[in-house]
Design a protein around this ligand. Structure first.
Ligand SMILES: *[C@@H]1O[C@H](CO)[C@@H](O)[C@H](O)[C@H]1NC(C)=O
Ligand SMILES: *[C@@H]1O[C@H](CO)[C@@H](O)[C@H](O)[C@H]1NC(C)=O
Ligand SMILES: *[C@@H]1O[C@H](CO)[C@@H](O)[C@H](O)[C@H]1NC(C)=O
Length: 251
């Protein structure tokens, strides 16, 4: 193998290595961070919540990369999989936002995002939410500058088939008295529950008020979303290219 061939092979190898490294960095940057500890305690029963491009966002913060926080506002309903479901049993899924319009001032708690009853256990196991939809799915659309919202999913084992909303509860999905609703049907503890967090896609995590105070309270870790800086690698690539070009010309 001549010098030229060897150099071309080396260049190809190096290029490939850098592409792989960059892809890995991008993937890890885009990994979902877990929700803060105090919010993780809500998650129980190993629920999986998966959206079109986001696999298992259960107990995680929706990452800002790849425009996920904007995309999630228009994706179809997620898969909500409860592997611990009993096949012959019947379940209800409740999805709410307790942080409407914001976590610091939740005047419209709970915002009802999805309410489906009579889900067959077999479907609950595979994540296909089919049953009687009492409240159609409404994607997470946290308003700008309201900080992170929690989107909570709870799975209840049903002993009664006749669950319904009162007329006054259907007037608006906001300010839903979830406790009263559950009490009406003798439901207390969910069998499984989880939540994910996201905020408006234009909001950057550390927003500081002029006075130095924090306007919003991002989840811990949310403000340190790693930023990949490709400068060094690009510089190296340029150097290698110039080097190889030089050798090719002289060789
Ligand atoms: C999804 O994430 C939740 C919370 O971390 C976990 O309990 C569950 O096992 C995960 N499911 C899968 C299939 O990865
Ligand atoms: C449920 O509602 C239907 C129709 O309203 C009624 O016929 C049935 O008896 C009810 N079942 C129970 C268990 O309450
Ligand atoms: C709830 O429990 C009470 C007392 O045990 C009972 O009287 C009532 O019928 C139950 N309601 C439903 C909807 O199961």
């Amino acid at each position: 193998m001549g010098w030229t061939m060897r150099l071309v092979a080396a260049a190809l190898f190096l290029g490939l290595t850098m592409v792989v490294t960059r892809a890995q960095v991008r993937t890890s940057q885009c990994a979902s961070m877990p929700v803060p500890d105090e919010d993780a305690s809500f998650c129980k029963g190993s629920l999986e919540v998966s959206y079109t491009e986001l696999e298992n966002i259960s107990c995680k913060v929706v990452p800002s990369c790849n425009n996920y926080r904007e995309k999630i506002t228009s994706w179809p309903p997620p898969l909500v999989k409860y592997p611990g479901a009993t096949e012959s049993a019947t379940y209800m899924l409740v999805m709410v936002d307790p942080d409407a319009p914001s976590r610091s001032t939740p005047l419209a708690r709970f915002w009802r995002h999805w309410l489906v009853t009579n889900i067959a256990g077999a479907n609950m196991k595979t994540g296909r939410i089919q049953g009687q939809e009492l409240s159609p799915y409404q994607p997470p659309t946290p308003p700008p500058r309201t900080g992170f919202h929690r989107y909570q999913f709870s799975i209840y084992l049903l002993r009664t088939q006749n669950i319904s909303l009162l007329p006054q509860e259907t007037v608006s999905p906001g300010a839903w008295q979830l406790d009263q609703f559950l009490t009406r049907f003798n439901l207390s503890e969910p069998e499984a529950a989880t939540q994910f967090m996201t905020q408006h896609h234009m909001d950057s995590p550390p927003v500081r008020a002029p006075g130095g105070g924090s306007v919003q309270t991002p989840p811990r870790g949310g403000s340190s979303e790693p930023q990949y800086r490709p400068k060094q690698a690009s510089g190296l690539a340029l150097l290698v290219c110039v080097h190889i070009a030089h050798h090719l010309r002289s060789g």
